[in-house]
Design a protein around this ligand. Structure first.
Ligand code: PLP
Length: 434
């Protein structure tokens, strides 16, 4: 079969310029090993994006293959509706509760980040209905945030490229200023003053809308797909007391930051975030299986459980949520993170990664190179350059990703020192060629 011709004839690619695709055609990946990918015509590419921010353990982890195979042979499918359960799901929920930020004791499983975010939104509505505050419907988010693409998650995403043509955002979403000092701080404004201004804006929006209309706020510890944007110092410490004072729940979207990306197990630890709910996915299975989890506190669970008793059921859930094969792979992924101290090793490699990243600030055309742990972004002075750098990097044998005006870098956590150097050598060559 001519794969290219078949792709052009029958595939419908997500997040793609479909008009352009007819002339560009697919970049077809045939196999992977460690941090390396190989195309169907034999080109080797260094995957500086860990797939889509997810393949933390690299592409050839046999233990994950074995875990999936064992589970497929034992029990390839089981569901969790109506009291049904299976061992990998039960054990994974307990494993997650053991490592989750304090107080998050319950895990609800879905398959994608978007589904888990939608679940968090629905749960917030269900919670407030149960607490006899049915007016709390609106959800606070930030511009430049990425929370996914389903109707609720896509509404909370703060990117015009995700909204346009889809009648999004829906009116329940309220977008605050992006916590992006390089673009949003005023000339001469200190980081502390910028943080204070963002907190003042939050207070003002709550006053204008009425706290009794706001259910929750959702935030990524650091904004990933919206441009790898780190919050200004003290950001969560400044906004959390305001949310708490007004009874507004805080949802941490750790879909990218969870499981070591920032050099700690959770982005919440790195940025002093204390959430009432947490969404994770991606590195939960190192991308080997589709799985996401919504973690909630015992207090939220208790309210929801009581309400479900009144209604006869908690009327939400997915056929493949907590799929046993995905749960088995997630458990093995967490075991490998533990056994090999993947998070500690990521933290140890971070200084080299960040030193090479910071050096890119000297390259013409770069507005700001920034990052933490093993994630980075190179914001271009001319936003259109980000896509040009992505294309130039591919010629250099490197996969990076243009997100808005920024080139994102997020390699497998298992990347070695020599591979970090090679990644940045190739990225710098691409930047200079543009
Ligand atoms: C922070 C964040 N939340 C949610 C999502 C949505 O996840 P999915 O693409 O699995 O629906 C993503 C995807 O990149 C993400 O980065």
């Amino acid at each position: 079969m001519d794969l290219r011709a078949a792709d052009l004839a029958h595939s419908f690619h997500p997040q793609t310029n479909l008009a352009l695709h007819a002339s560009v055609g697919p970049l077809t990946i045939a196999r992977g090993e460690g941090v390396w990918l190989e195309t169907d015509d034999g080109r080797r590419l260094l995957d500086g994006m860990a797939g889509l921010w997810c393949v933390g353990l690299g592409y050839s982890e046999r233990r994950l293959v074995a875990a999936a195979t064992r589970q497929l042979e034992t029990l390839p499918y089981q569901q969790s509706f109506g009291h049904r359960a299976h061992e990998p799901g039960i054990r994974l929920a307990a494993d997650l509760a053991a490592i989750a930020p304090a107080g998050l004791t319950r895990a609800f499983f879905a398959t994608s980040g978007s589904e888990a975010v939608d679940s968090a939104v629905k749960l917030a509505w269900y919670f407030w209905n149960a607490r006899s505050e049915p007016g709390r419907k609106r959800i606070l988010a930030r511009r430049r945030a990425y929370h996914g693409v389903t109707v609720a998650a896509g509404s909370l995403t703060g990117l015009p490229g995700i909204h346009g043509g889809f009648d999004l955002p829906r009116p329940f979403a309220i977008h605050l200023t992006a916590p992006h000092a390089a673009q949003q701080a005023r000339p001469g404004e200190s980081e502390a003053a910028f943080t204070a201004r963002l907190a003042d804006e939050l207070e003002a929006v709550i006053a204008a809308e009425g706290a009794e209309t706001i259910a929750a706020m959702i935030a990524e510890p650091l904004i990933g797909a919206g441009g790898v944007i780190l919050p200004p110092a003290g950001y969560f410490a400044a906004i959390q007391p305001i949310l708490r004072r007004h009874g507004i729940l805080l949802i941490a979207d750790e879909v990218i930051t969870g499981f070591g990306r920032t050099g700690r197990m959770w982005g919440c630890e790195t940025f002093d975030m204390v959430p009432d709910m947490l969404v994770c996915a991606k590195q939960l299975t190192s991308g080997y299986q589709p799985l996401s989890a919504l973690m909630v506190s015992e207090a939220i669970y208790a309210t929801v459980a009581e309400e479900s008793g009144r209604r006869g059921s908690f009327g939400h859930g997915f056929t493949y949520g907590g799929h046993p094969v995905a749960c088995a792979v997630a458990r093995e992924t967490l075991a490998l993170y533990r056994e090999r101290d993947i998070v500690g090793a990521a933290a140890a490699k971070a200084p080299r990664f960040q030193r090479r990243l910071a050096a890119l600030n000297q390259v013409p055309g770069v507005r700001e190179a920034r990052g933490i742990g093993l994630i980075g972004g190179v914001e271009m002075a001319d936003a259109a350059d980000a896509a040009r750098v992505q294309a130039a990097a591919l010629w250099e044998g490197l996969i990076v990703r243009a997100v808005v005006d920024t080139v994102a870098i997020c390699p497998p956590l298992v990347i070695g020192d020599a591979e970090i150097d090679l990644l940045f050598d190739r990225l710098e060559a691409a930047l200079r060629s543009v």
